[in-house]
Design a protein around this ligand. Sequence first.
Ligand code: WTA
Length: 653
Amino acid sequence: MSESGPAIRNLQADGAQYSPPAAFAAAARIHDRSVVEQADADPIAWWEDQARRLAWDTPWTRALDDDDAPFYRWFTGGTLNIAANCLDRHLAERGDKVAIHWEGEPGDTVTLTYRDLHARVCRFANALTDLGVGVGGRVAIYMGMVPELPIAMLACARLGAAHTVVFGGFSGEALGERMVDFGASVLITQDEGWRGGKTIPLKGNADEALDRAPGVRHSVVVCRTDGDINWTPGRDQWFHDLEAAASPEHVAQPMDAEQMLFALYTSGSTGKPKGIVHTSGGYLTGVASTHANVFDLRDDDVYWCAADIGWITGHSYIVYGPLANGATSVMYEGAPGYPGQDRLWDIASRYGVTILYLAPTAIRMFMKWGDQEPAGHDLSRIRLLGSVGEPINPEAWEWYRTHIGGGAAPIVDTWWQTETGSIIVSPLPGLDTLKPGSAGKTLPGLRAEILGEDGNPVPAGEGGYLVLSHPWPSMLRTLLDDDERYVSTYWDRFPGKYLAGDGCRQDADGDLWLLGRIDDVMNVSGHRLSTIEIESALVDHPAVAEAAVIGRSDPVTGEAIAAFVTLRDGFEGDAILIAELRDHVAIRIGAIAKPKSIVFTPDLPKTRSGKIMRRLLRDVSEQRNLGDVTTLANEEVVAAISETAETMRASED
Ligand code: WTA
């Protein structure tokens, strides 16, 4: 493990284990171990079977093409249309089935059946065609959780154009950088978003981004709040005007299995975000298969993934997976605690949610808000719970099962990444014994190993690097315009094996216990943020000479961002500057990247080779014994930083 990597959190359970309830197991999609054994014996045959869930216009000629590894390709020769698979294909049997029960934060609702959604996607695909978007086009999307967001994504997919969705919490500057990198010609955004009773100026941020991205010639704006916005005639157009003027007829064309479906930017261990590239046939196979098998989906389920579509979880398990499977989903626009701390439970009971998929950070927040909040609502239809985004601590796991799952619902702790596209490690709820804190084993058709520094598997019980040792259909294909970084980030460390970037331990039963990131990536409320990206944002402020950022453990958000800053001569580190620096980071990256605490220090602890010792800063922040500091070049700085640790806690807002 690298010295500068985050402290590994070891989530040892107390040994509790839960077998699937007998009735659940009996009715489950996968309840026979031989299915898993067969897939393990022949992963490619398994994935070909899974791909047959989809409607292909031309069958593939080769399932896995590894001629140019690690640039793997799946289902080559095959063609299909992603939107037709998510919509048209369901019309005959499920046209009137609800695809999305949408609820706005102020309480307004929209119900979209598969037929409704199909018509709106067709209209918007026609509108985008008129804006010059076609096969291989590039569209940026910067929206809140409104129905037009999946509509926009599916319209792009229908045309064979790639989208990049930029989370609404990012700043205009961050959006601009991503639009330029992506080469977008159209931006789809909205006037304002609702969050916690307040409006978020999405169009205002987008205007700033558009100034920086001259290649974006059109911006299409959803009217959500009807708030005041600036308007650039010729460039800006209302979504509803375009939709109304467009025909609801659109014939989807077959696309190559390897046509780019989207790129999603994520933080890596350098300042520049990586554009993770996903393609069509393999991605949809992966998300449809895992969505059905992990969530044990039935036709009458009401499924709710309460993530944001701006992250991979929303792409795969709000939009593409559930729609490919013809599921009924709930989609909620706003904050979980608005107007009351029982908003989620109120929604879940009103729509009769049967499957709920949340992040541990949300679960811990609900725990903090108290048992009475869910207790006031009828959650008896919930039969399965999911967790994603970070390791779930056994205490939160038990609370989730007891208070949300009625003491019986199995919990699937799903480990995966933007890069993997779909869930990789998770229990199969009708088959596996659950251990709170463990994500279980790899799903059928996938292979993981835990390797030591030398590349050999470590013995059971020991921590090591998690790698995936067989390619899988929904894997990233490359990093946008950066094949070299793709190879060096994921494939160079252990040739032929995908380096996930997480530490992991396997117990004697073969179950995996994720131990946190091994690189300089933090996980704050399930969101990936790079320490280096935030450091660059801080250093870019005129008062800052040098900055080091770490994730220190936080009872609710998993990790919290702590910054250590040395100032240029002539600047004084006071509360005003702290506020200014936090705002500066919000402008550069977005409010999600604001440090929770900022400590001013005369110097930063460094190794003799000049590397900042983040481990030591973490120890200081968490008041741990400082351990070995003999490799430190500037020892006196530790005492100074320790002294300021108290100040740091005082500076938290
Ligand atoms: C972490 C989110 C432990 C992990 C889908 C991974 C998890 C990173 C889990 C990817 C889990 C995600 N248990 N850790 N169940 N799920 N992670 O790309 O560190 O936003 O590498 O994808 O989140 O974050 P990303």
